[in-house]
Design a protein around this ligand. Sequence first.
Ligand SMILES: [Zn+2]
Ligand SMILES: [Zn+2]
Length: 154
Amino acid sequence: MQVLAKCPRCDAALPVDGAQAPAAITCGRCGREIPLTFSDAVRADTAVDRCPVCAGADFYIRKDFDPKLGLTVVIIGALISAVFYWFGRDLIAYGILASAALIDLIVYGRLKDLTVCYRCHTEFRGSYARSAAAFDLHTADVLEVEYERRIGRR
Ligand SMILES: [Zn+2]
Ligand SMILES: [Zn+2]
């Protein structure tokens, strides 16, 4: 699986190949050495059971959404409909706006889920079975504080 490790010091996103399972990576932004401990399941892309960065076992699922892509569809739709609006074809303009929103919805529905670590926000993408629950704010509050204390950011 593809692991996007988050640097504990500067929050840089560092892509790591789970199959290669390096014992440590160096942050490209701040130069910090980040030790990684890959579980067998993460290495084999069967499940996300333990975070290689913080060793936490609490994860949530969210859509792998690229906000830039969604915004582009909406902006292009708005531009095209503005042209029709300008020429007095209101109905067509509204129709195009509506279909842009619809395309957005369809794209969103087809997105795959990715798993995110509550503590250090490392992201996991792969063909493993998704077992984590949806995001829970209370859990996030508790675990983020715990982790930040541990790495000395609070
Ligand atoms: Zn860093
Ligand atoms: Zn983690």
